[in-house]
Write a protein that binds this ligand. Sequence first.
Ligand code: ATR
Length: 281
Amino acid sequence: MQKPDRYAVFGHPIGHSKSPRIHALFAEQTGHNIHYAAQDVPGIQFDAAVSEFVSSGGKGLNCTVPLKQLAFQRADRRSERAERSRAVNTLTVRDDGMLDGDNTDGIGLIRDLTTHLGIGLRGSSILLLGAGGASRGIIGPLLAECPARLVIANRTPEKAIQLGNEFSRFGPINACSFNELTRHRFDLVINATAASLHNQLPPLPDGLLAPGACCYDLAYANEPTAFLLWGQRQNAARSVDGIGMLVEQAAEAFFIWRGVRPETRPVIELLNAERRCKWQS
Ligand code: ATR
């Protein structure tokens, strides 16, 4: 049998990554002969690890925290969505050894929200918590769905204002601090802060949610995050984590590399079934 084409995800830490499992399921489903590994790569070793991967015949890389900006810099060519988010999560090794950089996070989120969760974004009021790299990657795709408004709130308001200014030509966007968040009710609240990773919660006022609202945490875990528990306490119609986005961004990377779009729903269902606590409503 022919040797499998090699792919990997680089990140730090990377121990609990679900990407190798997701890509193995995609490969099985589509009959593609690939091997996909997780490799712990601190930022300082990123360039050397990429060079070694390319020279040993690797075909494609995913890059996760904290490497997406480094991957952006390393790419020889970048897609428009990568340029806009100034971050790259998918590198493709071309035949001449050059690297194409893309960012599939935004499309992954939009597909999860619209296809799997059935959330209509057109005309909706969206609140985005956080103004770091994770937010930067999803603002363009969210505005492309034509919401009535997108508000970015951040602990350091200056960073939210800067992002708001940068993306204002793409749609109706405002920025503020958490304690200024009293004027509107939102249909969708997305947590893109790093707070969940430390089991913390941004200081959110009560009464933010419109009837039927959804709380969506980009982070995922076996237990509900502090933000999702907040959503439940605030009577959100749904509180969901980012496992669907994770599978969807992986499917888009698989499509870039292999030219085939795997079916995502059975993979999401399987990962959810495998989780210790099934708490999504
Ligand atoms: P990433 O690139 O993964 O988004 P980041 O650039 O460090 O990571 O951004 C993390 C985001 O989470 C920032 O918006 C940060 O707020 P500040 O800009 O004020 O630092 C936010 N964040 C981190 N911990 C938080 C906490 N405990 N409460 C609220 N916001 C938090």
